[in-house]
Design a protein around this ligand. Structure first.
Ligand code: BGC
Ligand code: NOJ
Length: 813
């Protein structure tokens, strides 16, 4: 069942029914000011940090689910009938409804009782504000007299405090309204140097800023008394709950369209110039007034909207593919790349599943996300790497998370997730291969942000590697710490206290439990570090990494192979996890994927055997589940993984993040059909037909799809902010389509379905556009290349220094 359709030409998903199974969201903003927006205008906005600088309020877990947003109300002043042109919050049965989620904007259009309304919400590039561009058209045969009300609820900046600290917060709100602009300035009188503003292009009939006057006591957003009565009260909020609502009267002749622009934004003033006159409490508006005036000019809105489109043309223009499969094309060219950029901007902070008050930027998460956007925005990727490395500890360990506004490590979660540091190595390697910018390794970066502790980035990588080698367990495999990639495999926790954090509690000394996953990852990281140090001229170090990698492979061979698949771990008693000797949780996907990608068992048939087991035991029509059999009860020695009911999340859900690792392994084994088959099983576009089962957005990946043991197999949760985005993009573009950045050029090694007769692609790599044509000449995966008509030995195309375009023909067979 469908709730909309793709419009690939416009790069939009078009939702045609407002009551989607879950709110289907999009993001606004690309640099500092961001917002979430649902298909019915729910959502909220913030500046840089969803927790610390929240502009508007949202009610998570509210009823209905999607409460708090950028609301509009239209009222027919003749008979008092009113409705929301974005469906929420009045939920009026509209005559037509359409929401177009595009790249950085959302347009919601509807008609009701002969009145059409269309609102385009977007954040102009480089601005700390959002524009609501509203067009109202009268399709009636007679003139219409309407009232339009806007409404947002201001959050008192710190979102967690805003949601909890009512004894103070009901007393602190402050507002100014000048020339139709509503200014939210709570705490501006003291230590905040910032305020929010909400302006409107039209002359106002009135306004409201105090929630209870707008809504009326005991009413909800669906029935504000001001809208019902058609008259704003000009309320001025001091204390309680400040909101912003403009009241505009519209007189429309038949066929007439009126355009009304709203602008909601964030502005800072210098500390010594906050007030005007200086000895008052009135906001100094000198810097903000020209911004507001400019933003309310329709020509400027049009120009900025076009500029937003050009911004996305540039970003997404780096890789464009044309394959026989529509789902591949659509995801690679548009949605998967866009989702990668959203994970760059938001990490795991703000979605409908991430509250914006919990997690900051994950160390592991952000490094992995980089794999999906490094080619799109290399300069910003470089900055991200430096920020991440600056939160690394002198031990080589890493804070698990950091706050984007302060860029400081988060003490509450701390460190000790022993895979974390190795992700920095993989991310930096990806950056070097993409850009050839080796100066990054000389960049001086502090540890734990402590001034004076700066060391070259290369040393950070060395300490990352050292961190693993300094922490080997009884079998010579890496100690797991709090957890590895699977945050819920908590082998040192042993928690029997309700509510205790599985992630931070540690009641075993951590010297026994080992991770085969980290072992595989170390081998992969050593394969990157060898060539990197070699190129830096340190042959001895390069040899050390090679040997360390070989020793780790040996440890995996000796103690990490269970006979038919890779073992998952050893627990704190030294007992096996993920072994045929276990009753539940016998086979785990993660070590198969990670050891496989590192090439362990590739030459001796073990990887092929492990992949066969994955196919037989873990693969389902909805993707590959994390393990089997699912855990049916709580195991003290395994931790959070066994807290979830079977089939959900880490307890045998399809943790979609891991699936591309298996796709990559299948390409390494030459199985393009199966790799692409796995790809399609979790590809959101390919699942659009089962939207009533999948339930999450059909245009972006979700972290988890319920597994076969679940009550609701196939149901996706935690959409948008997930490493699934980057890894699927890596699997399809670099391994299945086989277009891979290497230190010495662009490698072309497609392992595509046997039924494909070829595909074309354009990839901009180090300033050169590679126009790639792949043609199938036989059933295999061997390639023969021609570059600008000249045959080339091997599959690695060097970057020409004398041209900015090359033509590469690949014969595949
Ligand atoms: C989730 C994990 C997540 C972890 C850390 C767990 O409850 O299942 O996916 O990484 O929390 O926040
Ligand atoms: C979500 C986390 O963000 C990610 O880093 C982790 O690897 C998965 N959970 C699996 O537990």
């Amino acid at each position: 069942m469908h709730f909309g359709h793709f419009d690939d030409e416009q790069r939009e998903y078009v939702i045609t029914q407002p009551d989607t199974p879950l709110p289907w969201i999009n993001y606004l903003g690309s640099e500092a000011y961001f917002g979430i927006i649902s298909n019915t205008a729910g959502g909220y906005s913030f500046y840089q940090d969803a927790r610390l600088r929240r502009l508007t309020r949202y009610r998570y877990n509210g009823v209905p689910y999607d409460a708090g947003g950028r609301y509009l109300y239209l009222r027919d002043d003749r008979d008092g009938i009113f409705w929301s042109p974005t469906w929420q919050p009045t939920q009026t049965d509209l005559d037509s409804y359409e929401c177009r989620h595009g790249l950085g904007y959302t347009t919601i259009s509807s008609s009701y009782a002969g009145i059409e309304a269309s609102t385009c919400y977007f954040v102009p590039v480089g601005e700390n504000l959002e524009v609501w561009d509203v067009k109202v058209t009268n399709r009636r045969p007679e003139a219409a007299g309407l009232s339009l009300f806007s409404c947002i609820e201001f959050a008192l900046w710190e979102a967690n405090d805003d949601a909890t600290n009512f004894q103070r917060n009901f007393n602190i709100a402050e507002i100014e309204v000048v020339d139709g602009v509503i200014y939210h300035k709570t705490e501006y009188r003291e230590r905040r140097d910032h305020f929010a503003f909400f302006g409107c292009s039209e002359e106002l009939a009135g306004f409201d800023t105090q929630r209870r006057f707008f809504l009326g006591q005991y009413r909800g957003w669906d029935r504000p008394v001001v809208v019902e009565q058609g008259e704003a009260t000009n309320s001025m909020a001091i204390g309680w709950a400040p909101l912003g609502s403009h009241h505009v009267k519209l007189a429309l002749e038949p066929g007439e369209t009126k355009r009304i622009i709203f602008v909601l934004g964030y502005q800072e003033n210098p500390r010594d110039a906050k007030f005007d006159p200086p000895d008052t409490q009135t906001i100094n508006k000198e810097s903000v007034l020209p911004i507001i005036a400019r933003q309310l000019d329709p020509a400027e809105v049009d120009r900025q909207f076009a500029e937003l489109g050009e911004y996305w043309d540039r970003v997404l223009g780096v890789l464009h593919v044309d394959t026989p499969d529509v789902h591949t094309n659509r995801m690679v060219n548009i949605w998967n790349a866009y989702q990668n950029m959203i994970t760059f901007n938001l990490s795991r902070s703000a979605s409908l599943f991430e509250s914006g008050v919990g997690r900051g930027m994950g160390f592991r998460d952000s490094n992995q996300d980089l794999l999906g956007f490094v080619h799109l925005i290399p300069d910003r990727a470089r900055e991200r790497l430096v920020d991440l490395a600056a939160t690394q500890l002198e031990t080589g360990g890493a804070y698990h998370q950091y706050q984007p506004l302060t860029k400081r490590g988060n003490d509450a979660v701390g460190s000790g997730f022993n895979d974390d540091p190795l992700w920095l190595v993989l991310a930096v390697a990806a950056y070097l291969k993409e850009t050839g910018d080796w100066s990054l390794l000389d960049e001086m970066v502090p540890y734990d942000n402590v001034p004076g502790s700066e060391a070259p980035m290369e040393e950070h990588l060395q300490r990352s590697m050292g961190y693993t080698l300094d922490r080997l367990g009884p079998h010579g495999l890496p100690l797991i710490g709090h957890a590895d990639w699977n945050d819920c495999l908590n082998l040192n926790t042993f928690s029997d206290e309700p509510g205790e954090s599985f992630q931070t509690t540690q009641s075993r000394d951590g010297t026994v439990a080992e991770s085969v996953f980290i072992a595989g990852m170390f081998v992969l990281a050593a394969q990157e570090m060898g060539p990197i140090t070699e190129r830096r001229g340190d042959a001895d170090k390069a040899a050390e990494y090679r040997e360390a990698g070989e020793r780790m492979v040996q440890a995996i061979d000796d103690h990490g192979w269970d006979g038919d698949w890779f073992l998952r771990a050893y627990d704190a008693h030294g007992d096996k996890v993920g072994s045929s000797s276990c009753v539940e949780g016998q086979t785990f996907v993660e070590p198969q994927g990670m050891c496989g990608m590192a090439g362990v068992g590739l030459d001796d048939g073990r990887l092929a055997r492990a992949m066969q087991v994955v196919n037989e035991r873990l693969a389902t029509e909805h993707g590959i589940v994390l393990h089997q059999p699912a855990f049916t009860h709580y195991y003290l020695n395994l931790g959070e993984i066994t807290t979830y009911p079977p089939g959900y999340k880490e307890n045998a859900g399809v943790f979609a993040h891991t699936n591309p690792w298996i796709m990559i392994c299948e390409t390494m084994l030459g199985n393009g059909d199966l790799a692409h088959d796995y790809y399609l099983r979790i590809n959101p576009s390919a699942r659009e037909d089962i939207s009533e089962i999948h339930r999450s957005e059909p245009y972006v990946y979700a972290q988890m799809i319920a597994g076969k043991d679940a009550q609701t197999p196939g149901e996706a949760k935690n959409s948008w902010l997930t490493g699934t985005a980057a890894w699927n993009y890596v699997a399809i573009t670099q391994w299945i389509l086989g277009i891979r950045a290497e230190h010495d050029g662009l490698r072309l090694r497609p392992v595509v379905p046997s039924g494909w007769d070829g595909f074309t692609a354009t990839r901009v790599f180090r300033g050169v556009a590679f126009d790639i044509t792949v043609r199938r000449t036989g059933p295999g995966n061997e390639v023969a290349l021609q570059v600008d008509g000249e045959p080339l030995d091997g599959d690695l195309v060097p970057v020409p220094s004398d041209r900015d375009r090359v033509r590469v023909e690949v014969a595949l067979g």
